[in-house]
Design a protein around this ligand. Structure first.
Ligand code: R5P
Length: 225
């Protein structure tokens, strides 16, 4: 079975956790797409939910499907958030931000009671870091941050789109770094990166995930923390 079908299998298993009356965090990306589509169908069939979107792209899709999108301030707290990931390891640690939505995604995950990650089987890894770790930076500081990260041996590369600097929904930059060979423990790395002024957030999600659902062929494998 191909990755696209596995994404759908995982998404359809995850939406079973969404019940009427809930406030739901909607993730971003090609896997989250199937979850948003399924929730849209549930809403069209009468389910009453409110949702907070983790990106402009997700907000647009959800609104088009008739999902009631509210702000995080209005929601205050979310019952469940369903989101994708670029990599997930056996300890429920993730790399996210391949689609540039890591900042809002991390804020929403932090404010959600239950966090479900959905992914196809290729995303499940023994060790994080084959996927380059996205870092969101304030444009004023990006070039100096790149030099500092280079000094740490993390091979930073500023993300581009159509020859221009890639911009997030918050109008920040993304710098992708290579953490594969680093000896620094992930929790320490996260802390070190966050102490550099101008780094707004990293794509390391180390503690927020409660449930991982992997599409594996026709089956959904559910892992609980
Ligand atoms: O910024 C994007 C998000 O973190 C996505 O959840 C992540 O990149 C996975 O996306 P996809 O499901 O398209 O592989």
């Amino acid at each position: 079975m191909n990755a696209v079908n596995e994404k759908k299998v995982a998404a359809l298993e995850a939406v079973k956790y969404v019940k009427s009356g809930m406030t739901v965090g909607l993730g971003t990306g090609s896997t989250a797409f199937f979850m948003i589509e399924a929730i849209g169908e549930m809403v069209q069939n009468g389910m009453d939910i409110k949702a907070v979107a983790t990106s402009n792209e997700t907000e647009k899709l959800a609104t088009k499907l008739g999902i009631n999108v509210i702000t995080l301030a209005e929601a205050k707290r979310l019952d469940v958030t369903i989101d994708g990931a670029d990599e997930v390891d056996e300890d429920f640690q993730l790399i996210k931000g391949g689609g540039g939505a890591l900042l809002r995604e991390k804020i929403v995950a932090h404010n959600s009671v239950l966090n479900i990650i959905i992914a196809d089987s290729s995303k499940s890894v023994a060790k994080l870091g084959k996927f380059k770790l996205p870092i969101e930076t304030i444009p004023f500081a990006t070039q100096l941050i790149i030099e500092e990260l280079r000094g740490m041996g993390l091979s930073p590369v500023q993300r581009k789109k159509d020859d221009a600097d890639y911009k997030t929904d918050e109008n920040n930059d993304i710098v992708d770094i290579d953490i594969w060979d680093t000896d620094i423990k992930l929790t320490d790395l996260e802390q070190q990166l966050k102490t550099i002024p101008g780094i707004v957030e990293t794509g390391l999600f180390l503690t927020t995930t409660n449930l991982v659902i992997i599409g594996n062929g026709e089956k959904a494998i559910v892992k609980k923390r």
